[in-house]
Write a protein that binds this ligand. Sequence first.
Ligand code: IPE
Ligand code: IPE
Ligand code: MG
Length: 238
Amino acid sequence: MFFSKNKDFKVDDRLKHIAFIMDGNGRWAKARSLPRNVGHKYGAKAFENTVKNCHEIGIKIVTVYAFSTENWSRPEKEVKAIMELLDDYIERAHEQKDIRYVFIGDKSVLSVDLREKMIKLEESTKNYDNILNIAFNYGGRAEIVSACNALISEGKIAITEDDISSHLFTSHCIDPDLIVRTANEERISNFLLWQCAYSEFYFTEVLWPDFDKKELIKAVKSFYKRKRRYGGLIKGEE
Ligand code: IPE
Ligand code: IPE
Ligand code: MG
């Protein structure tokens, strides 16, 4: 890690994977007397900037929570607007081919058109090193259940932790080192339940559309102050 000015800030090997629970779009819009959908539009801009900023400071894997399995309970108009934002984003993502895109979540209930676009983007970017996982129609419990069902259908009668990990949507990457949640909520909301076992957490009051590079660096600096013990002891603390 290299501090000097924020402009030159770079992470080291301790922070390979960062995940974001992008919360607060609705409150951001409400504070401006705007419809919730406008909040999602600005949230999408913050998402694109954050992905760019993460890669700029050297974080190789970024995961974002964009739409949960529970978010279907929102008004139809809002759900439709979020689907359209994803559609627009995929169109643009095709032009910027230096990231491997992976959609984590259940694609099967999405529109055929959107699903095909997601798969096409995944296929055409699969050889890039920097990873962006977009959790869309994602639920952590559903993910674990589906991994177990896949293992049952393979005929397994006893399973290991590695069996489960290798059947999750995130089997292509390591667990998140840091999970950031915005908008003053301190809960996991069914995100990466298995993968967060030893993640560090950072919560901020900042609403997602206002999350910028300065806020990202604050989160990262907080991460570097943590002592990750994994149940053991750190040298010098014995
Ligand atoms: C996060 O913002 C985006 C999604 C969950 C899709 P919210 O829409 O949850 O914003 P708040 O929590 O209502 O402010
Ligand atoms: C979590 O935010 C899901 C996403 C950010 C996509 P929510 O706003 O849906 O979470 P709750 O309802 O406050 O737990
Ligand atoms: Mg919310």
